[in-house]
Design a protein around this ligand. Sequence first.
Ligand code: MG
Length: 222
Amino acid sequence: MDTPEHHPSSPVLLDTGRVRAITLDLDDTLWPIWPTIARAEQVLLDWLAAHAPATADWCADTDRWKAVRAAMAHSHPELAHDLSALRRESIRTALVQAGDDPSLAEPAFDVFFAARQQVELFDDALPALQRLSARFPVVALSNGNADIGKVGIAMHFRGAVSARECGVAKPDARIFHVAADVAGVAPGEVLHVGDDALLDGVGALRAGMQLAWVNRADHVWD
Ligand SMILES: [Mg+2]
């Protein structure tokens, strides 16, 4: 893990003596997200091929499927923090476009959602989680729709805060403050751990937290 403690624009120094709780990003911090999503989308396509074959054919054009999702995000800005709703409504649109039963959107989404929880943790993730949770309350803090219960790691967490429940997403300071509340400490007593320089890094520092930047891909802090 890197910390921005030596970076000239960093507003705080890492002071481990002040840390009384951990907030922890999930996607790309504990497991790689894109292989997870790609596999879940394949599971969804396989399900559609069996239950709504016209829609499966329609979605096989990945550009068309991407366009539906982009249009959905654009036309429903109120769902920007709810990736599950965006995906469910995109599936519904595809079903309608292909002439299939739109009520299949619910079970189709459920299949995708279950597959999306089948993550493969980074090798160091579980040992780190066990070590941290033995010492501190740990709260999951995610903009995505991973479910720590379904992933099978809930026993290591005090709680979970998501953009969907909060109505705002990282890097908004409010979601970090909700997570600090769930941890039962002040924001200044939280060490936030996450991979995204803007969403996790800038967000946590602006919310008055300390930061451990999980920089697996050797990105530049700028
Ligand atoms: Mg992440």
